[in-house]
Design a protein around this ligand. Structure first.
Ligand code: COA
Length: 326
């Protein structure tokens, strides 16, 4: 018996922000952003929209795609890095919006690795037989957590949502998973204020401490290392070789990170999903949105061996290897 994805959905806000628009607000150029990140545009949600709103839209599509009703969902796991609140959990807000009244609901915080952590957690609950249909939602309104005056970060991130329904499957499904973390790197990528360490105050707001702060160079090196390492480990754990893998969906942070990791893996780029040029880094939403697009465009087919691999703040990392079953 295996667990697998039986439904998928994604949702992106309409508003597109181009690099040229960012040239008007920070000291940057379209050329710099394209050359250093590969990002051309990103989406942003309207001011009244939160992560649960985008997550709800993606979840509706995923549940419909699974031929289920919201009441068939037993558990909702939200993995947002930009949750609606510290508490209650964004999963509870999504549960209410969906009227998924039979679902338990909780959040996981693993930043950009959130979707891989959430999917892996869902797989365990399915395999234990405790739950039948689990919704995993990665939704982000990072535009509200970015310092739009900080050129080091504001060019990188975008808003969006992706969701999957995980259930028991007859054929295919998740073969192997790995998760990891190194909290000694916590300071490399963080939102310093707003929690119990630095509660919100006039000073924290004045000093812009509620926005994302990042050591780009260190995160870059970490990302390349774990993308390679995680991919190798999840493949080895399944007793497969890299040559058995049909398609890789990496976290979409920077094209140079993906290129460097692929070079180390000696894996062909035409079998890798890349859509960061359109959406930037959508944290926990990047992998499910990329997966949905890969399916839509026919790049993943039934029977393909697919690796999802993520990394992010924490520091965290993880990968899931699936025999694609849809
Ligand atoms: N436009 C123009 N110049 C910029 C810029 C921008 N948007 N952002 C940074 N710069 C400048 C820097 O200030 C620096 O200037 P200096 O030399 O005068 O100090 C210069 O460009 C080079 O900075 P550096 O950090 O070496 O650039 P880089 O090639 O490493 O690219 C990142 C910067 C942020 C794009 C890159 O480090 C990165 O992608 N890191 C990983 C980020 C990430 O993926 N985070 C999420 C993980 S889930």
């Amino acid at each position: 018996m295996r667990a697998g994805i039986i439904g998928i959905g994604s949702y992106l806000p309409d508003r597109v922000i181009t690099n040229t628009e960012l040239e008007k607000t920070v000291d940057t150029t379209n050329e710099w952003i394209m050359a250093r990140t590969g990002i051309s545009t990103r989406r942003t949600a309207e001011s009244h929209i939160s992560s649960s709103d985008l997550g709800f839209e993606a979840a509706k599509i995923a549940i419909e795609n699974a031929n289920l009703e919201p009441k068939d969902i037993d558990m909702i796991i939200s993995v947002s890095s930009s949750p609606d609140y510290t508490f209650p959990a964004t999963a509870c807000i999504i549960q209410d919006k969906l009227k998924a009244t039979n679902a338990a609901a909780f959040d996981i915080q693993a930043a950009c690795t959130g979707f891989v952590y959430g999917l892996t957690t869902a797989v365990q609950y399915i395999m234990s037989g405790q739950f039948k249909n689990i919704l995993v939602v990665g939704s982000e309104v990072l535009s509200k957590m970015i310092d739009w005056q900080d050129r080091n970060t504001c060019v990188l991130f975008g808003d969006g949502a992706g969701a999957v329904v995980v259930s028991q499957v007859e054929t295919g499904g998740v073969i192997s998973t790995i998760l990891g973390a190194d909290g000694s790197g916590a300071k490399l990528l963080e939102v310093p204020a707003g929690g119990s360490r630095e509660p919100a105050s006039f000073e924290t707001v004045k000093n812009r401490r509620h926005y994302i702060k990042m050591n780009g160079n260190e995160v870059f090196k970490f990302a390349v290392r774990v993308l390679e390492d995680c991919t190798r480990k999840v493949v080895k754990k399944a007793n497969l070789n890299l040559s058995d893998i049909d398609f890789i969906i990496p976290h979409q942070a920077n094209i140079r990170i993906i290129d460097a990791a692929l070079k180390r893996l000696n894996f062909p780029k035409d079998r890798v999903m890349i859509n960061l040029d359109k959406y930037g880094n959508m944290s926990s939403a990047s992998i499910p949105v990329a997966l949905h697009e890969a399916l839509h465009t026919g790049r993943i087919k039934k029977g393909h061996k697919v690796v999802l691999v993520g990394f992010g703040a924490g520091l965290t990392w993880g990968a899931v290897l699936m025999d694609w079953n849809l």
